[in-house]
Design a protein around this ligand. Structure first.
Ligand SMILES: [Zn+2]
Length: 144
């Protein structure tokens, strides 16, 4: 990538609107997964402030952290896209997001946590199956 493309480009109106639409608080897929996990009797902290990356869900005893990743912002292999305007700027920004995700994973792993990433496109039941399975595995190995 050349030097120029690493610099931020001014945002046009459509891009600014897209950014404004991105919620900062819990997203719909997050809430759906939370509800499904609660329904199964699992309890967890939401956006644990003292953990790297403030995971969307943190099972403190089992030390399992869950992030629900948006398909656009985290470059889902199925739905990740690059806006046509300011392509290089977006490419650099999204690359940084992915690099930050991996850094958070590494920081949590250093603290003995298992990290699960769920795509926003995943069905909440299937995602909850994965989370619950990992939680059970970790809880049973912790008490052995
Ligand atoms: Zn996706």
């Amino acid at each position: 990538m050349d030097r120029k493309s690493a610099l931020p480009a001014p945002l046009n109106a459509a891009t600014s609107a897209r950014l404004r639409r991105q919620p900062r608080a819990s997203t719909k897929p997050e809430l759906a997964l939370c509800r499904e996990l609660h329904r199964r009797g699992l309890r967890f902290r939401v956006n644990h402030p003292r953990l790297p990356g403030r995971p969307d869900m943190a099972f403190t005893r089992a030390r399992v952290a869950v992030f629900v990743d948006g398909c656009f912002w985290h470059c889902c292999p199925e739905h990740g896209t690059l806006p046509r305007n300011n392509r290089d700027w977006w490419q650099a920004k999204l690359d940084r997001n992915v690099a930050r995700d991996r850094a958070k994973d590494a920081a949590l792993a250093d603290l003995g946590w298992t990290v699960l990433h769920v795509w926003e496109h995943e069905a909440p039941e299937a995602a909850a199956d994965r989370v619950e399975a990992e939680w059970r595995r970790r809880v049973s190995s912790a008490t052995r």
